[in-house]
Design a protein around this ligand. Sequence first.
Ligand SMILES: [Zn+2]
Length: 484
Amino acid sequence: MKVFIACLGTETNSFAAMPTGWTNFEETMLYRGDATKHTPSTFSLPLHVWRKATEERQGQVVESVAAFAQPAGTTVKSVYEGLRDEVLADLRAAMPVDIVLLSMHGAMTADGYEDCEGDLLSEVRKIVGPDVVIGGELDLHCSITPEMIEAADVLVTFKEYPHIDVAERAEEIFTICQAAHEGTANPVMAVHDTRMINMWRTPVEPMKGFVADMQASEGTGDILSVSFAHGFPWQDVPHTSAKMLVITDGDAELAASTAKGFADRLWDMKEETQGETVSIDDALDAAAAGPGPVVMADVADNAGGGAPSDSTFILRRALERGDRDLLIGYFWDPVAARFCEEAGEGESLDLRVGGKCGPSSGDPVDIRVTIKRIVHDAEQTFGDAQMTMGTAVWLSTDAGIDLILTSKRTQVFHPDGMEQLGITPANYKGIVVKSIQHFYAGFAPIASKVIYVSAPGAIPRDYAAIPYKRFDDKYWPRDDVSQL
Ligand SMILES: [Zn+2]
């Protein structure tokens, strides 16, 4: 058995200003054939699993590119084509192969390629022909397209958000693909569109039970795999909405009816799963009322969703109101961080903070700051991984609001990113974290309360108001449900 493995992906925010180019891939992850010799990250982890599973069965592995970029705007055409063509050239050179396994995000758009995964899978199919098994693992924030379903035999998405089940899904894909290769299974896929745009948190009910039921149904009868592709609301493509994806052993009708059954259940609990957000003023009122720290998620400026992470809306409002004892981070502001490096720790200066990436960042804030601490090569914990922050700077202000700048764009994952600067996060009345959900595991234990704030930004939480141009289906929560 000869297995070809590769990874190519990013999560494209169609509304984000910063293009996704070579620098982003180089900074985030770019291996050429040796990713499995390095520490796994979310999207290279499947390659580690697939290599091990193949070698345990005395199979041969051909490992190609493993490339992933931090979510941002549309990928540059030549960059996508360059990476894709490297994968395809490696595949041609490796032929004949029995199985192709790809780790992808599922919401990648490049100039001229609205559906990069559909394109990549189709090109792979052209090379390998109809009989080779093609399997793919996708982030659950993906857009499933007819092209992807047509070209692949087996597609499986993560089930958990935060994404803690990457390795388990990779193992399942391997098992199904190997069975298909040996002729003991005949995977058939069906998709059902939920007609919904939302974000679903799987550690809490009712989604926790929903995921458990998806898992429980696998292995019953001919059901091989059940995925819920949540979709990525800010990838503006014709297939943005959330979809159920079911694989059965040769039973197309069962796949379709199972997908519809789970989609109906999601529809019935749509109000219950709609995340609650509050206004900036309500969030700041809650922090002022105490006890602290109230952790306020600035979800619209989450770098993990392609936002710049330098918006100033909450900072500006807090300054206007005179709120004190707040900590706000991380502002991606390499220019301001550089000014602070020139000045040095302990110095005070007038600094222009944030608001530099475009209208969704708001206006910059000019403020007198004192540099409390500068840490180079700063890091924060995310699951089993250490995420880099570049240079991190802790600033205090006379207004009683502390700020953290980073030279590298990142969302807030864990309090240890703040503690390495000498900060004690628990001492603040309120902590504003620029993140949607991945901060939760680290901050919930120290928070008196966690609040999701509906501030403006590049990825605003109001799903009914996303200015889609390419996605033109009717959907909840925007359109009249009687028409859906
Ligand atoms: Zn995701």
